[in-house]
Design a protein around this ligand. Structure first.
Ligand SMILES: Cc1ncc(COP(=O)(O)O)c(C=O)c1O
Length: 393
């Protein structure tokens, strides 16, 4: 069965096409004026001093943790219920991930649980603003105050979400965004690191461009334009003009995207609250730009629901398989009962800008039809553990 209503879908218009064509016509596709314009626009929007555009959210996280100059004994506390990139970035930067619980009420980091995992080696905490809902930052500020523990926000889901009068991503020492194809806005692929700290920003700026110190390079352009200095290790992570051009156009659509996706999330919330067998993840949608719509399916019927929807051309997915169960991260294995219970119940339903009211009603109707059907009766098998390990390990 062909999927007619996917779980996620990016939206583009003629403006993006024109912007891409203009970059192609300029013959300057790599990092350049448009990248700089995109970075400036992000700074302006978020009210931050520095934004460094990179080619993925994963690269943003790698650069942000790396800017803290971590060593292999250093620990970074991260929720297990996140996309694998959060964890891989910590490892790539050379630190050790320590997994923590999330709260059932919003799938965000559980500050009380984090408190119990802090050790003298804790260098940073990485709150993930799940689905665009901002974590309990006040709780994290209280926990980290005066202890030299940095906050690196994984705001991959939360570009355009706010916390009081500030924006997600601008709440920690460093904030990281993803502009991959399904995020709140997209560059086709891309991300950004933002910070108010001049030193951290400089480290990210140099390392994201293979260690080239562009400032000294530009100082020397008059005499020896070909000369450059490499004083640091670095990566080829910069965002080129082509992708930045898409991002600049998408930023103009941000508010439209937010309003439409909020309306759909609200409709789902009403429907889920009135449907037996589902549990609302009580969204306070105040200030939220909803990236996805996750609900809990009770009574071991989650997998059955996903199969039912698929047969009817409706996409759904699971965000995410807890990382503490993954064989690659066995060195950080621990027991996280709330996360494991959530993993058996959560499902992501379709949510995207172009979804019509009819599409939304169709999803709601099919979810209810499944839960009322006889096929909804059986218990699903235990959520599959990643290869090489059982969920109980
Ligand atoms: C929570 C989270 N962090 C990081 C990333 C990585 O972003 P990217 O796909 O742009 O590398 C994602 C992407 O899905 C994500 O969901």
């Amino acid at each position: 069965m062909q999927i007619r209503i996917p779980a996620h879908r990016p939206y583009f218009g003629a403006e993006e096409s024109r912007a891409i064509q203009a970059v192609l016509d300029s013959r300057w596709l790599g990092r350049g004026r448009i990248t700089k314009e995109f970075e400036d626009r992000i700074c302006e929007y978020l009210g931050v001093k520095h934004a460094i555009a990179v080619n993925s959210g994963t690269a943003a996280l790698h650069m942000a943790v790396g800017a803290l100059d971590v060593s292999p004994d250093d620990e970074v506390i991260v929720p297990s219920l996140t996309f694998v990139s959060s964890v891989q970035a910590i490892l790539a930067a050379g630190a050790r991930p320590v997994f923590c619980e999330v709260r059932k009420q919003d799938l965000n980091i559980d500050v009380a649980d984090v408190a119990g995992r802090i050790t003298p080696r804790t260098r940073a905490i990485m709150p993930v603003h799940f689905g665009g809902r901002v974590c309990d930052m006040e709780g994290l500020y209280r926990l980290t105050a005066g202890r030299g523990i940095r906050i690196v926000e994984d705001a991959a889901h939360a570009f355009g979400s706010s916390y009081g009068d500030r924006w997600a991503g601008a709440l920690g020492d460093l904030g990281c965004f993803s502009f991959d194809p399904i995020k709140n806005i997209t560059c086709g692929g891309g991300g950004a690191v933002v910070t108010d700290d001049d030193e951290l920003s400089e480290r990210v700026r140099v390392r994201h461009n293979v260690g080239l110190n562009t400032d000294s390079w530009s100082r020397l352009t008059g005499e020896r334009p070909w000369y450059y200095t490499i004083s640091e290790h670095g990566y080829r992570y910069y965002l080129g003009n082509l992708n930045a051009a898409i991002g600049l156009e998408q930023m103009k659509r941000l508010e439209d995207f937010r309003i439409r996706k909020l309306a759909i999330a609200r409709r789902y919330d009403d429907a889920v609250a009135q449907t037996e067998g589902l549990a609302v993840i009580p969204h306070c949608l105040e200030g939220v730009f909803p990236f996805n719509y996750v609900t809990r399916v009770l009574g071991g019927r989650r997998d059955g629901l996903m199969a039912w929807l698929k047969e009817r051309g409706i996409g759904s997915t699971i965000q995410f398989i807890p990382n503490h169960l993954q064989p690659a991260f066995s060195a950080s294995r621990c027991s996280l009962p709330v996360t494991e219970e959530l993993y058996r119940e959560i499902v992501t339903l379709p949510l995207y800008y172009e979804m019509t009211d009819g599409d939304v009603e169709e999803v709601v109707r099919e979810v209810r039809a499944f839960l009322a059907s006889r096929s909804a009766g059986g218990e699903q098998a235990a959520a599959p553990a990643p290869v090489g390990q059982s969920a109980g390990d």
